[in-house]
Write a protein that binds this ligand. Structure first.
Ligand SMILES: [Fe+2]
Length: 287
């Protein structure tokens, strides 16, 4: 089964959102959508999500799932906005509960913030499978970047989120709370155990030395042969040493503070105050 996959690149956050279509029907899923957010003004915008809505409507597609590979730290999810416009169920990994517990504390959320994943329609675990029209989707739990990261294998296409990036860029950082370079290495081995011809669709692209174009599609075979961090039989020890040293030099993503507060709520803003106003918090020296 070869689903039709269309990528939507967001320049502001280097995120790729995907529409995955059943080649034999109208069913589709949307993976890792983006709600535009200008931190300086505190304003949201829906132009990225509206481009996906136009594509879905223009092609007469039926959205069955809004899939999140993880709680993103660099962009806000547009899943609830897309759900209102197009339908579909919002799914994420069941380890979201760990992420909600961690960031519930960081943001000093009250007891009204549920840490049981109930904001999402479906919590997936390792080896779950489901259908999008005639397409079978299999769930791999691939932690390391975050505890709740999933890879969705839909037909011959794997949506790996922030585990592997393009072969010339390598892998994702593992220094967020609950991250682990050792776990990421093991998760990557799970993905590389898929058939060589499996198409891999990555969650972000930042170009790479010698490459001037953004790219987001590769294969398991290419990753095994050429990934600069984990290809050519790289050892776990050398990977962990490289990853941890590199992560120590990285700045926090610009939108981490708003992203976490929104994405741990399945893309909803925090509840409005008594005047109907919505605020996001900034923990001072708390992250
Ligand atoms: Fe991420």
């Amino acid at each position: 089964m070869t689903p039709k996959v269309t990528g939507f690149f967001d320049d502001a956050t280097n995120t790729i959102s995907y529409v995955v279509q059943d080649p034999q029907g109208s069913a589709c899923a949307i993976v890792d959508s983006v709600l535009d957010f200008d931190y300086a003004s505190g304003r949201t915008d829906t132009r990225s999500a509206d481009a996906i809505i136009a594509f879905v409507k223009g092609n007469g597609l039926d959205v069955q799932w809004l899939l999140e590979t993880h709680v993103h730290a660099d962009h806000l999810s547009a899943a609830p906005y897309l759900q209102d416009a197009l339908g579909g169920k919002i799914g994420i990994g069941d380890r979201i509960q760990v992420v909600q517990d961690t960031f519930g504390k960081v943001f000093n959320e009250g007891t009204e913030f549920q840490r049981d994943g109930s904001q999402f329609d479906k919590l997936f675990v390792e080896s779950d499978s489901f259908h999008i029209g005639q397409m079978r989707a299999d769930v791999l739990h691939t932690p390391g970047h975050t505890p709740a990261c999933l890879t969705y294998v839909i037909g011959d296409a794997a949506f790996v989120g922030d585990t592997l990036f393009m072969p010339d860029f390598g892998t994702a950082r593992c220094d967020f709370p609950g991250g682990s370079s050792e776990q990421l290495f093991d998760s990557v081995q799970k993905i590389l155990a898929l058939p060589d011809e499996t198409r891999i669709f990555v969650g972000h692209d930042y170009k790479a030395p010698g490459r001037d174009e953004f790219a987001w599609e590769t294969t398991v075979g290419e990753q095994k042969a050429r990934n600069v961090h984990v290809g050519a039989d790289a050892s776990k020890d050398s990977f962990v040493e490289m990853r941890d040293a590199r992560d120590a030099t990285l700045a926090m993503p610009k939108l981490i503070i708003p992203s976490l507060q929104v994405n741990m709520r399945a893309g909803q803003m925090p509840p409005a105050d008594e005047d109907g106003k919505v605020f996001l918090k900034v923990p001072v020296n708390g992250l």
